[in-house]
Design a protein around this ligand. Sequence first.
Ligand code: FAD
Ligand code: SF4
Length: 329
Amino acid sequence: MTPFTYERAADRPAALALGARAGAKYLGGGTNLVDLMRETIEQADVLVDVAGLSGEIEATGDGGLRIGAGVKNTAVAADRRVRDGYPLLSEAILAGASAQIRNMATVGGNLLQRTRCGYFYDDAARCNKRAPGAGCDAIEGFNRIHAILGASSACVATHPSDMAVALAALDAVVTVEGISGVRDVALVDFHRLPGDTPDIDTVLTFGELITAVTLPPEGFARRSTYRKVRDRASYAFALISVAAALDVEDGAVKDVRIALGGVAHKPWRAATAEAMLKGGPATPAAFQAAAEAELAPAHGLRDNAFKIELSRRVIADTLVKLAARQESL
Ligand SMILES: Cc1cc2nc3c(=O)[nH]c(=O)nc-3n(C[C@H](O)[C@H](O)[C@H](O)COP(=O)(O)OP(=O)(O)OC[C@H]3O[C@@H](n4cnc5c(N)ncnc54)[C@H](O)[C@@H]3O)c2cc1C
Ligand code: SF4
C-alpha cells in the first residue's frame, strides 16, 4: 500500500473541495476501495471520508424515497418503507456480501464498487480496465463469471453490485454533485458498457460526489422480487440475477420491469423482454418467449456460455412465480 492521508469531510461543500484535489478519492465504508489500495490496484494521495454525510432516508413529495449516499446497506434493506414498497431492493441488498460488510458499505460505494474479474485484481495479468491498452487475459482465460451481453473486445467484465440491479429495475435516479453543480442521472445510464475504454466504469467525472439515490413512487414495485443464482448459497457474487416487478390485470401484463445482474458491464435493463410482454398475455409461454428475445444477442465465452440458458430460465421462472403470487391475492 502506498502512503496516503485521510480527511473526514465535515459537510458536502468541504467534501467537494477536498475531492477536487488531484489524487483524491472519496471513501465510503472502504470495503472495496481499501482492499484495492492494499493490492495497489487503486492508488490515492488523500482519502476523503464521506460515509458520515447524506445518511438519511426521506419520503419525497411525490410518494417516492430519497436515500442518502451515506446510508449503510443494512439500513436500506431494513427500512420498513423499502421492505414494504420496494421488496426487490431489500432482497437484492440482503443477497449480497455478509452482514458485517453490509453494516459498513454505503449506497454510494456500492454503486461504484469495481468488477470482480480475477485478472483485474492480479497485477501480473493483462487487463485493459487496470492498465488501458494492456490487453484482456479474461477473453481467452478463465471467464466463468464474465459478461454475455454488451461486452467488447477490450473487456468482458461484469458489474458485481446486486443493489444496482434492483435500482435499474426501479427506474431509480442518482444525484451527483461536483464543483460545477448538481445533476441527476438515471441509474440505467449511470454505469457504462466497456467499449474501447473499460477503465471508465460510470459517467461520473473527477471530483463528483454521489449524494443520493431517489426511488420513484412505489406503484407496482410492491409486487417484485430479486433472484440471485450463485456458486454458494451465501457470500458469493451473482452468476446471474434477475430483479423483476410484474403487474397483471385480467390475465394480461399491464406493466413489467426486468433487470439482470452478472451478465454485463452494467446492470442490464431487459428492455426487449419488457416491450414484448407489455399488453400481452401473462403466460409461461409469453415469459419464455420474452426471455429468449432478450438473450438473443448474448455471446458466450469458453466457460460462461451456460449463463445464456440460465438467464432465460431464471427470467421466465421469476415471472411465472410473480404472476402466481398475484393470482393468489
Ligand atoms: C467478501 C465480499 C463479498 C461481497 N459480496 C457482494 C455481493 O455478493 N454483492 C454485492 O453487491 N456486493 C458484494 N460485495 C461488495 C460490497 O457490496 C462493496 O464492497 C460495498 O458495497 C462498497 O461500499 P463501500 O461504501 O464500502 O465503498 P468503498 O469501498 O468505500 O468505495 C467504493 C468506491 O466508491 C467510491 N465512493 C464511495 N462513496 C462515494 C460517494 N458518495 N460519491 C462518489 N464516490 C464514492 C470510492 O471512491 C470507491 O471508488 C462484497 C464485498 C466483499 C469484500
Ligand atoms: S475482462 Fe475487463 S477487467 Fe477482466 S481482464 Fe479483461 S479488461 Fe480486465
